[in-house]
Design a binder for this molecule. Structure first.
Ligand code: SIN
Length: 534
């Protein structure tokens, strides 16, 4: 397995020898009432369409208390490949009852799990990490099949995803307490850290694997147990992780997964309002984050929210243009623009505007759009038609207001593919400058001065990531400090790694993940000892 930065940087434009060619397929019909044997046969025939080396990584059931389970109603959700619109398989349409069972299982598993030694949890997380490396090809292929991102990009995600288990294995054995000098004679203050309890993890489809491990790694390392609600659009990576957790030796009930689509609001409410669940952690949109925040308020739960961004990407006249163009390609078009930290608004100073714009357009025109499993494909589809419609709306709005289409500008009819697009002369009042596009659209706006661009960059309710390019050290400090975001890329368009405090300010969310994020899964407890007798 190549290193994470190499995988991510080569995701764009590199040909990938060894990538398998894609074969069209259709899953067999689904019956709801069948015997276990025929269910197993059916599952294995469905699994075969994924073309994995280890088909037993494919699961079509939820995971509660160490068992694979169907929805009580027998209902199923059909999951499709966004590149082909073909059915990949089905997962159970679970609801509140199954969620309660999962919470109960996590509650029952908590006492024993929370008392394991940090070294034991470290060892299991290392094993989990190694299993993800061992199954790197299969897990990456799975990400491409369900999310659509190009295989090299999916390989980057799997490496990134596994790295959270490695990172938090290290954090597990460094959960230190504190001794605080006491104000009173004969007493001592000690602070210990204890796992918070049952954690609810709600994750999005844009990183079907990594957004789980970033949260689950911290939860497991801290000694918490978890109920996970994976995205219904891309649930198979999550279920494969559940399978690997068994192989890693994580005990039943420590990790539970409830799959749902139709009942998502009720399941979310149950997780947020349960008196057993002590923490909710979510990655997704700002409106959903606000809803969960309100729901979790009823039990005053600890909550981490990684919500939407609207990242500015600023190129000053004194930038290294080669580096800025390379960075824009990765930062804007990674996952076809479907990451919360993707550049959304590209501001370029007038002195380098023409050069940057034409060079970026040239690079984007060379992308190869298609099924991410096919040789040479650099960019895949959007997750579904709704996502595509938003990109279309942003392009049309900008063009109506005077923007020029340099590359792309339209969708491929009857598909979820939007041609990677570069727009120049995008007016400041264009929708794209106020809303996150979440698609492959580079919208470039010209600016004149540093003060002006800082004002533009900060003129938004959200603040997740921001990027700028300048070789002036004084300016670099000024801009880095003035950008109202949680994470700044200074002369780089790529910041994501397990060791950093990932998170935003303003309406981009609460809390930090990765880095020292294990603290979000622990309570500090003060113990004041008296009676020392002196
Ligand atoms: C996200 O899009 O929410 C996460 C992006 C990342 O971790 O790089």
């Amino acid at each position: 397995m190549r290193s994470l930065p190499t995988l991510l940087r080569t995701s764009f434009g590199a040909s990938r020898p060894g990538a398998r060619s894609y074969k069209a397929f259709r899953a067999p019909p689904i019956f709801t009432s069948v015997s276990t044997n025929s269910q197993n046969r059916m599952a294995s025939s469905q699994a075969s369409v994924f073309g994995l080396q280890d088909p037993s990584l494919i699961k079509f059931q939820g995971f509660i208390d160490g068992k694979w389970v169907d929805a009580k109603s027998g209902e199923k959700i059909v999951v499709t490949n966004p590149a082909t619109d073909e059915e990949l398989g089905t997962i159970p349409e679970m609801g509140v009852d199954e969620t309660k069972e999962a919470i109960e299982a996590a509650k029952n598993a908590f006492p024993a799990w929370s008392r394991t030694t940090a070294k034991h949890r470290h060892d299991l997380l290392v094993k989990f990490f190694q299993l993800m490396q061992q199954h790197h090809e299969d897990l990456s292929r799975l990400i491409t099949l369900e999310n659509g991102k190009a295989l090299a990009d999916a390989k980057g995600e799997n490496a990134y995803s596994a790295s959270f288990f490695e990172w938090f294995a290290g954090e597990a054995v460094r959960i230190y307490g504190e001794q605080i000098p006491s104000a009173f004679p004969g007493t001592r203050n000690i602070v210990i850290k204890q796992p918070i309890g049952v954690v609810a993890i709600l994750t999005p489809w844009n990183f079907p694997s990594a957004m789980i491990t970033r949260k689950l790694g911290a939860a497991l390392a801290a000694g918490c147990t978890a109920v996970i609600k994976p995205p219904p659009e891309a649930p198979f990576s999550a279920l494969a992780l559940a399978e690997l957790s068994i192989r890693a030796g994580i005990p039943p009930g420590v990790i539970n997964m409830v799959t749902t689509q139709k009942h998502v609001v009720d399941v979310g409410r149950e997780l947020c309002e349960s008196h057993i669940v002590r923490k909710v952690t979510f990655t997704g949109s700002t409106p959903v984050a606000k809803t969960l925040y309100k729901m979790a308020a009823s039990t005053l739960k600890k909550i981490s929210l990684e919500a939407g961004g609207n990242a500015p990407f600023i190129v000053f006249d004194d930038a290294n243009i080669d580096e800025a163009v390379d960075a824009a390609v990765v930062c804007k078009f990674r996952g076809s623009g479907q990451t919360c930290v993707c550049a959304n608004r590209i501001y370029v100073q007038s002195g380098v505007y023409a050069e940057f714009t034409s060079r970026l357009a040239e690079r984007v025109a060379a992308f190869k759009l298609g099924n991410g499993l096919e040789e040479g494909v650099t960019h895949g589809p959007l997750i579904h038609r709704r996502a595509l419609e938003k990109v279309e709306r942003h392009v049309n709005d900008a063009v109506e207001k005077g923007a020029q289409v340099l590359v792309g500008g339209k969708a491929i009819p009857n598909s979820s593919f939007f041609i990677p697009t570069v727009l120049s002369d995008v007016p400041r009042d264009a929708l794209i400058n106020t809303e996150e596009t979440f698609g492959p659209l580079a919208a470039i706006t010209k600016f004149e001065t540093e003060d002006e661009v800082i004002r533009l960059a900060n003129d938004t309710d959200v603040g997740l990531a921001g990027y700028f390019f300048s070789r002036d050290v004084g300016r670099a400090w000024r801009v880095a400090e003035k950008l109202e975001v949680g994470m700044v890329g200074a002369n780089t368009g790529f910041i994501s790694q397990a060791s950093i405090p990932f998170g935003g300010i303003k309406e981009s969310g609460l809390g930090r993940e990765g880095g020292h994020g294990i603290s979000e899964y622990m309570n500090e407890k003060l113990i004041t000892f008296g009676g020392l007798g002196w």
